[in-house]
Design a protein around this ligand. Structure first.
Ligand code: GLN
Length: 243
């Protein structure tokens, strides 16, 4: 089996350790003897997304988001939309997540157009939403907790799409409605930096499995020894969630 990971704009979208998500995907595949290729998708990329199994977009500042928003107005954006509607597995963090929605309005009031795949929009607020975050989601077991770190001014509001989870500690999508991230088809949008995948290895495996299943049909991932990761995660949860 081989997993091809498309890393979108590695030079532009890479905040708060987001590159660690790529490292986690790579290691978790290698440990299982699954071949993995990381394909950088930069501004000059002109191919379609048909040979990509899992796509990753990290976060970025407003300046980088503007460059990416402009780039996605060309054929690349159209190709990406087609691939996502066809079931491409995607992890999009913060700025990358915002760009898959309808638009991101900066504090100065300019509107950066998104791809409009996610029925969600984002408006920058005066207060930055910064800190550790714990959410509860049903993507693995029921009430499965994920931990991360968020740092954004954008407040995202969902319309007719499912959130990824419910905020237990922190702000999530907008600091108001307790929703965090979103799920649409095989797209996972989230504000969890950290990076999110090494902190939540189950989430990494969900992405790997979803992507491989789409390509090969039935896939069962060999379990890995995640005891250290689980210990770290539990101690974070205990520290942040006051009992
Ligand atoms: N510019 C966006 C915001 O502040 C994204 C930041 C990020 O990716 N961390 O909302």
């Amino acid at each position: 089996m081989k997993l091809v990971v498309g890393h979108m704009y590695p030079d532009l979208l890479n905040l708060y350790g987001d590159i660690g998500n790529i490292v986690a995907l790579k290691k978790r595949c290698e440990w299982r003897k699954i071949e993995i290729e990381i394909k950088p998708i930069t501004l000059d990329y002109t191919e379609e997304f048909t040979d990509i199994d899992l796509l990753f977009l990290g976060g970025g500042s407003d300046r980088e988001q503007k460059i990416v928003s402009d780039d996605l107005k060309n054929k690349k954006g159209k190709n990406l939309k087609t691939a996502i509607e066809d079931g491409l597995t995607v992890l999009a963090i913060c700025g990358g997540y915002q760009l898959l929605g309808e638009y991101y309005q900066t504090l100065a009031g300019s509107k950066l157009e998104g791809l409009g795949i996610l029925k969600a929009w984002t408006i920058a607020g005066n207060r930055r939403l910064i800190g550790n975050i714990v959410i509860e989601t049903n993507i693995a077991d029921k009430n499965f907790k994920m931990v991360g770190f968020e740092n954004h001014s954008g407040k995202t509001f969902l319309e007719k799409i499912e959130p990824l989870g419910k905020v237990i500690i922190g702000n999530g999508n907008n600091g108001e409605d307790k929703t965090e991230g979103c799920i649409y088809k095989n797209v996972y949008g989230t504000y969890l930096h950290g990076p999110v995948l090494p902190k939540n290895p189950e989430f990494a495996d969900i992405l790997i499995e979803t992507a491989l299943k789409r390509k090969y049909g039935k896939v069962e991932l060999t379990p890995l020894d995640d005891s250290l990761e689980q210990q770290a995660k539990q101690s974070l949860i205990e520290r942040f969630v006051k009992k």
